[in-house]
Ligand binder design. Sequence first.
Ligand code: ZN
Length: 305
Amino acid sequence: MRWKRGRRSQNIEDRRGMNTSARGRGARRGGGMKIGGGGAILLLLASLFFGQDLLTAFTGGGSAGGLGGSLGGGIGSGQLAPPLSQTSGVRDNDEAGQFISAILADTEDVWTKLFQQAGQRYQVPKVVLFEDGVNSACGFTSSAAGPFYCPGDSKVYIDLGFFRTLQEQMKAGGDFAQAYVLAHEVGHHVQNLLGVSMAVQKKQRQVPKIQANALSVRTELQADCYAGVWAHHAHKDRQLLEPGDLEEGMNAAAQIGDDALMRNAGRRVHPDGFTHGSSQQRQTWLYKGLESGDAQACDTFNSQI
Ligand SMILES: [Zn+2]
């Protein structure tokens, strides 16, 4: 990726090196929306550790008609971000931090443009960099759960160590694979602004687990599609992609598919337990966004997935 020449975002909260303990705090259900990789192999361990099923922690996907993919869905779900507090970027010599800052800036530019075109205003999310564990409006979350977005505070949370796991354990290396992870979480932020997250959460509380999982899959696939929409415009407007980037993204989407994760964890592949979609589904929707650059093409709630 040609990310170095791009502008940087100041909407980064660097909490690395801060001592965060889970003690006295319960990891809460109804928390973040994850990429679906994030030490997913460690996820079961984490689930055992916290005594709850992080695999089904909030995700969602409401069949709420017309919400999915429509930028006309309307902002005003009543859960928008609180006013920005302190802002801090990252140090010049912090390459990993600079990368996040550059990709975040690019997602800001793309989504601001797309919201504007739809007559809406894009409210930028913050990205929190942390190590080991972090407290958010979604409770305490261990790094083992992977990157996530918390709708309650409109922030994306990433332990950069995840990218090592992604490359070494999940065989999904490359800068575009990492950018896809961030853009997927930003995709959840877009869903939050459009009111999708809330509609889905509400619906999920009313249905059996299998259906709640199915809604989760549709939500996650839409976030994948939105990641593709971002990449489409980043390339069209700023020629961000280099040869090989597309392949890195498609490979990452395959490696973090639920079937691949289950297989790699030595578990039986059971589609009812999918929360993020199969490898093929994740590739399909990432590609749909990449190819079209159109958020309307990401209506996973009213499409065959
Ligand atoms: Zn996700």
